[in-house]
Ligand binder design. Structure first.
Ligand SMILES: Cc1cc2nc3c(=O)[nH]c(=O)nc-3n(C[C@H](O)[C@H](O)[C@H](O)COP(=O)(O)O)c2cc1C
Length: 186
């Protein structure tokens, strides 16, 4: 059994849901997984865990600021441990090649800026929660959604996350960690 930290940053809650799914999947494989909101914890000790998963949503082409800070501050520890990154965005909800390339570009920029080289990366579609947005945000997201997904009915909420893909990501990373622990004799 390995211990996993699943650290995430969210604005409207979708990344928290994905982090829970990742943690559940790891737990079902017999591991201990603790999912932690970066906003709710100021002092997170990373090196007490065997492996780390970090997740962030994208807003206006940027990742959650505190997740970025966390990765920059803990980069050396993250390099020493098996680590994985996942990203939640609307760009990954689109079938359009250009949009999907945009999502890959967000990841590239994030890893370049922080200098982190995670062992696994997952990109997943997020959600449009019109019911949670204020007037201006609703207007902005309706405009963005017109091209991205076509879902512009603001009386509805939309969820694009493929939960099977999230499970596969968590299972794949768990298998990688299990292999690493076996070879190190732990
Ligand atoms: C104000 C705002 C700006 C956003 N900007 C982007 C963006 O630049 N690119 C993108 O792919 N998705 C963008 N999104 C979509 C979010 O990534 C998506 O809604 C995601 O599910 C949010 O995750 P969270 O609920 O964990 O915060 C934006 C959403 C909002 C509300």
């Amino acid at each position: 059994m390995a211990s996993f930290l699943v650290l995430y940053g969210t604005s409207e809650g979708q990344t928290a849901k994905v982090a829970e799914k990742v943690a559940d999947t790891l737990t079902r494989r017999g591991h201990a997984a603790e999912s932690v909101d970066v906003e709710s914890s100021s002092n997170i000790t990373v090196d007490i865990f065997d492996a780390v998963v970090v997740g962030s949503s994208v807003h206006v082409a940027k990742h959650h600021e505190k997740v970025r800070d966390f990765v920059s501050e803990n980069r050396e520890t993250l390099e020493d441990l098996p680590s994985a990154f996942f990203q939640i965005s609307l760009s990954s909800a689109s079938d359009d090649e250009e949009r999907r390339a945009e999502a890959a570009g967000y990841v590239e920029n994030f890893l370049e800026d922080t200098g982190w080289e995670p062992d696994r990366v997952g990109v997943f579609g997020g959600a449009l929660r019109y019911s949670k947005y204020g007037f201006l945000k609703r207007l902005l997201m309706k405009r963005i959604a017109k091209d991205a997904t076509g879902d512009t009915d603001t009386s509805l909420d939309y969820e694009y996350t493929d939960w099977g893909e999230v499970e596969d990501f968590a299972d794949d990373f768990a298998a990688f960690v299990e292999g690493r622990l076996d070879t190190s004799g732990a």
